[in-house]
Design a protein. Structure first.
Length: 124
C-alpha cells in the first residue's frame, strides 16, 4: 500500500492540510506549515488531523492515541490507554482550548476545556 492511500484532508478558511500516515504534513493556501512528525519514530500511523479555525495550530493523532500539536495549540493529553479501539478522528473546540479524540468503536476521549457527553463504545 502506498502512503498516499492514507492521506487525511481538512479544510479551514482559505487553506487546507494534508497529513500522511508517516507524519508528513503539507499545507496549502493561507494555512501555514507549523511542523510535522516526519522525523519522529511514530508508535503507530497518523490517522486523524484537525486544524484551528484561524489556522494558528493543528493536531495530528496516531492510531494508538498518541497526539502531536503544532503552532498555538497546547498538548492537553493523549488517548493512549484511554480508548479501546484505534483512533479514527479528532475534533477541536471552537476556541481551540480542547479536543475530542474518537476511536473506531465510537469511544470518545475529551481533553482540555471540553466536555465529555458520552460515547458509543461497548454498544452493539
Amino acid at each position: 500500500m502506498s502512503n498516499i492511500d492514507n492521506r487525511l484532508l481538512k479544510f479551514r478558511g482559505r487553506g487546507y492540510i494534508l497529513a500522511f500516515a508517516d507524519g508528513k504534513v503539507f499545507t496549502f493556501g493561507e494555512l501555514a506549515h507549523l511542523g510535522d512528525c516526519s522525523k519522529v519514530d511514530l508508535p503507530s500511523p497518523i490517522t486523524a488531523v484537525a486544524a484551528k479555525a484561524d489556522g494558528s495550530g493543528y493536531i495530528l493523532a496516531c492510531a494508538d492515541g498518541k497526539v502531536f500539536t503544532f503552532g498555538e495549540l497546547a498538548h492537553l493529553g493523549d488517548a493512549v490507554g484511554v480508548l479501546e479501539a484505534p483512533v479514527v478522528g479528532v475534533s477541536l473546540s471552537p476556541e481551540g482550548d480542547g479536543y475530542w479524540i474518537c476511536g473506531a468503536d465510537g469511544g470518545i476521549g475529551a481533553f482540555g476545556e471540553v466536555g465529555f457527553f458520552g460515547s458509543l463504545s461497548g454498544i452493539n
